[in-house]
Ligand binder design. Structure first.
Ligand SMILES: *Cc1c(COP(=O)(O)O)cnc(C)c1O
Length: 524
């Protein structure tokens, strides 16, 4: 057996040698060039290429050639096949989802995070990183006005945070109210009567979590929303009374601070009072709206969140962090003990102390990224003021978008006073369709408008259903998006609608557009 002398490997890994340093610089420089020359300069929100066109390019890639290739060539090729047909998250017309352009300071932090490769599960894999994450958690608890008993952990996002909330809620409730240790014995005998309440506008991951937790999706009781898309207290009270009558056991109430479609915020103080009164675990899903806590003008909208037993907040949305980055916070640290499963190799008992914490105890992940660093670097760089201004800007842009839609006879806005920065609307046809009802015609047109804008690379906008009707949605996270940008997106929507009406809904991806070409020639 022969082994390579270490010097041959120097350039492949970070280390103190000159070979390593120059190889790192060259590789990252090449990556920067692809990002700056190709990604940052993408001419539209999307190339508009169909899936099978992109698939054929990807199919052609030689994934693992027998002999390697120079990094510059490899990156160059990734640029051509992948980068060019990615969505330009920074483009004003990329406005479909809760999908943000990442802050430049956070991108610099990502280089540190991946290069240092600390793992948050144990002290001996992330000493300073563990302490910084804990410090960030303390800061976040303060931001959400939690007291000294609060605790938390960074997560991969809202899905994981919501899952952890309901996991802790289920296990805590079972232990304290049903005298049952779920971790040890599995689900309690009453499991099929356990119920979680959330509004019909709550995120689907609440239902998903109920299913994963063995309670079944039917354990989630949907409470109606009011005219402002917030949980209706009247219906909540009715549902709670109804459950009591049927011998069901509600154990968790989930409020949403920023629903995915409308950005609506449930009446949190009233929910907190009801949860407190009935001994329910009160979880607030603030994945989207949690960022308002940084705003001078809007933080009051989160009033009542400090009464929550737990909070989910995402940083890869309105905190402008690269995916993935979120946190799960709890008002008290004790419930975390219910999910603790010690791995002897990660946290030997003699080492368990306040001074050398092993964060694996607080997470359902084991190996875990040091994502706290990028949020820290961003907060330090922009300051709270910087975040406050950015977030407030987007809320103002959304209000302006809603106003433009209200004034337009071809558009109907569903939430004329958006609470965050999501605006739901639909195109109103001039004409009736052929052989279809008016509502079906309207649904068809709106669906095709979205598809037509995407396939022309004009705009990436979302589609959703409101009371059964197909609607379009702009999620205006991008602080650089201006009212003029909104105006041009709306013009494109109306133009597409107009053309679709004229051809009675035929698809027109291949009809040449006036103005700029559908596909940008240099990217063909
Ligand atoms: C985005 C979102 C989630 C899911 O979070 P991920 O970060 O995508 O896992 C859950 N709830 C709400 C309200 C969200 O906006």
């Amino acid at each position: 057996m022969t082994t390579q002398p270490s010097s041959v490997m120097d350039h492949l890994f970070l280390n103190e040698t000159a070979d390593s340093r120059s190889s790192y610089r060259r590789a990252l420089n090449a990556a920067h060039n692809v990002i700056l020359d190709q990604f940052a300069r993408l001419p539209g929100a999307f190339s508009g290429r169909e899936a099978n066109w992109i698939a054929s390019r990807i199919e052609h890639l030689d994934i693992c050639p027998e002999a390697g290739t120079d990094i510059e060539a490899v990156l160059e090729q990734a640029g051509k096949t992948v980068v060019r047909h990615s969505v330009a998250v920074h483009h004003p017309a990329c406005a479909a989802h809760l999908h943000c352009p990442p802050l430049i300071p956070s991108l610099a932090a990502e280089a540190l995070i991946s290069s240092m490769n600390q793992s948050m599960d144990s002290w001996d894999q992330s000493p300073a990183a563990t302490l910084l994450e804990q410090r960030m958690i303390r800061w976040l608890c303060g931001l959400f006005r939690y007291g000294g008993q609060a605790d938390g952990v960074f997560t991969s996002g809202g899905t994981q945070s919501n899952f952890m909330a309901l996991l802790l809620a289920r296990d805590h409730f079972s232990m304290t109210r049903l005298d049952w240790n779920v971790q040890k014995n599995g689900l309690p005998p009453q499991a099929d009567r356990l119920r979680i309440l959330c509004s019909e506008a709550a995120h689907f991951t609440i239902r998903q979590a109920a299913a994963l937790l063995g309670l079944g999706q039917e354990a989630v009781v949907s409470v109606k929303t009011d005219a402002n898309h917030r949980m209706s207290l009247k219906d909540l009270d009715r549902q709670l009374a109804d459950m009591e009558g049927r011998g069901l056991i509600p154990f968790a109430l989930v409020g949403t601070a920023g629903t995915t479609d409308f950005g609506s915020i449930d009446p949190l103080p009233e929910l907190a009072a009801r949860a407190g009164h009935r001994g329910l675990w009160f979880h607030v899903d603030a994945a989207y709206g949690g960022a308002l806590a940084l705003s001078d003008r809007y933080s009051h909208r989160l009033a009542g969140m400090d009464h929550a037993d737990s909070i989910a907040v995402d940083f890869h949305k309105l905190f402008y962090q690269p995916i993935s980055c979120g946190a799960f916070l709890t008002k008290e640290s004790a419930p975390f003990d219910r999910i603790k499963l010690n791995a002897d190799y990660l946290n030997p008992e003699e080492e368990e102390s306040q001074d050398t914490p092993n964060l694996v105890d607080k997470s359902i992940q084991t190996t875990r990224r040091f994502d706290a660093l990028k949020l820290f670097i961003s907060l330090r760089t922009l300051g709270r003021n910087g975040f406050s201004r950015m977030i407030e800007n987007t809320l103002e842009t959304a209000r302006e978008a809603a106003r433009l839609m209200t004034e337009d006879p071809r558009l109907e806005v569903i939430n004329p006073s958006p609470e965050l920065n999501a605006v739901v609307f639909r195109y109103l046809p001039r004409s009736a369709g052929e052989g279809v009802s008016d509502s079906e015609w309207q649904d068809q047109l709106n669906r095709r408008i979205r598809h037509s804008l995407l396939s022309e690379g004009k705009a990436v906008i979302a589609q959703t259903k409101v009371d059964g009707a197909t609607c379009l949605k702009l999620t205006l996270l991008n602080p650089r998006t201006t009212p003029e940008d909104i105006q041009s997106i709306l013009e494109e929507v109306k133009l597409a609608g107009f053309r679709l009406e004229k051809t009675k809904g035929e698809c027109f991806e291949h009809v040449p557009l006036f103005g700029t070409a559908g596909h940008h020639a240099e990217f063909l």
